[in-house]
Design a protein around this ligand. Sequence first.
Ligand SMILES: [Fe+2]
Ligand SMILES: [Fe+2]
Length: 177
Amino acid sequence: MKIFRCRICGDTYLGHKKPTNCPFCGANLRYLVPGSQWEDENDVVLSTISQRNLEEALKIEVSNAEFYKCAAAQSKDVELAGMFKALSKIEAEHASIHAKLLKMDSHGDVYRSDACNGDDEKNLEESLLRETNAVDRYTLFASQSEEPRVKEVFEALAEIEKDHIALDRMMSSRFVI
Ligand SMILES: [Fe+2]
Ligand SMILES: [Fe+2]
């Protein structure tokens, strides 16, 4: 077994081989480093705009995590329920990445929206909208970041949310007659 650690979320993966993506936040394998080489990069002095962007990003992730939790609970389809549950965990992990950069101990008081739709097809449509919004916002936030670490985090997260869009499109194709 080897020890790998993610430079984006900070979590540790134990396994024989490096996975293609961080199992916790979904970051591309290039962000996974041997455990001995990892260092905490989150002690960054934030500009006013990065502070504001990270606060908005935190709200996006908390809301999306709650939406996916609701979508997982209402789905009767084992594959989709599993996918929504995994997305809920990943988006919650993203919320904690932003919280770390914002030096917040907890983010439990951030606005939550846990409403989801009554059927899988509508939840997949809403997922696509939410992921597309996340990519758009993170791409903008990355371009506005003066701090290399904040830019890197927003770029890594935009890439992950693009993977989620591809997943939504693949799963939506089953509803096309
Ligand atoms: Fe990660
Ligand atoms: Fe996310």
